[in-house]
Write a protein that binds this ligand. Structure first.
Ligand code: NAG
Ligand code: NAG
Length: 215
């Protein structure tokens, strides 16, 4: 019992360290109007990112939307500590109405997890994009228990380097979620060749699940 308590305590503390921004997620955020999912397909490079907990674990990340017989999927890959390729696959939910088109969500499935943590769904909202050069996407996860939230922002580019004009357009939308563009971290694509060739599926490190402790 004590062991269980300690385990719970440690994991809860560990998880809650991720939630640092006070209050709920930004509400009534204006997203990309008349979003066209079909034009959003194929590869996007993470040119800049912002993780509100200050962790930089999603380096050299590529995002790719793909169609499969069972639906639309997102493949988010990264280079782990400069050593290995890692990727995570999620099913993409596309809202049926055009007005809500940019309000995408992604669901990751973990077959080995306890039942209520098996399917984890997160927002994946497109703030702005011109489809050919840049896209600004964010997720926000709220922890009711401590009344704090976590935000991850992707500034995506069709090329490894985002040109200055596109960068300006991409970061303009950040004010809608209260993120200071100065906090963006640039991804250095010249250092993205992992030391070892190993491509394996892993947990995404861009979303945070609040643990719901039940008494
Ligand atoms: C996901 O993308 C990465 C990088 O582009 C690639 O190496 C990996 O094989 C892809 N995984 C799947 C299942 O498509
Ligand atoms: C990601 O890159 C940053 C800055 O280059 C580095 O400090 C950090 O350790 C890297 N993290 C991982 C998990 O590779």
């Amino acid at each position: 019992m004590l062991k269980l308590f300690i385990l719970l305590f440690v994991s809860v503390c560990g998880v809650y360290g991720y939630f640092t921004l006070p209050g709920k997620c930004p509400e009534n955020v204006q997203l990309q109007e008349e979003f066209r999912p079909a034009d959003f397909f194929n590869k996007w490079y993470q040119a800049y990112h912002y993780s509100s907990d200050g962790q930089n674990q999603n380096n050299c990340s590529v995002i790719e939307l793909q169609t499969r017989p069972t639906g639309i999927y997102l493949n988010q890959s990264r280079v782990d500590r400069g050593l290995f390729h890692r990727y995570s696959i999620a099913k993409v939910g596309i809202p049926p109405s055009i007005e809500d088109g940019a309000r995408l969500d992604v669901t990751f499935s973990f077959d080995d997890a306890p039942r209520r943590l098996m399917n984890r769904r997160y927002p994946f909202h497109v703030l702005a994009t011109n489809y050919n050069y840049y896209a600004t996407v964010y997720t926000c996860n709220y922890s009711p228990l401590i009344d704090k939230h976590f935000i991850y922002v992707w500034i995506l580019s069709r090329n490894e380097v985002l040109n200055d004009v596109s960068k300006e357009l991409a970061i303009r939308s950040l004010s809608r979620i209260g993120v200071d563009p100065k906090k963006l971290v640039k991804d250095d694509w010249s250092r993205c060749s992992p030391k070892y060739y190993e491509d394996r599926q892993a947990e995404p490190l861009t979303f945070r699940t609040p643990v719901l402790v039940r008494y």
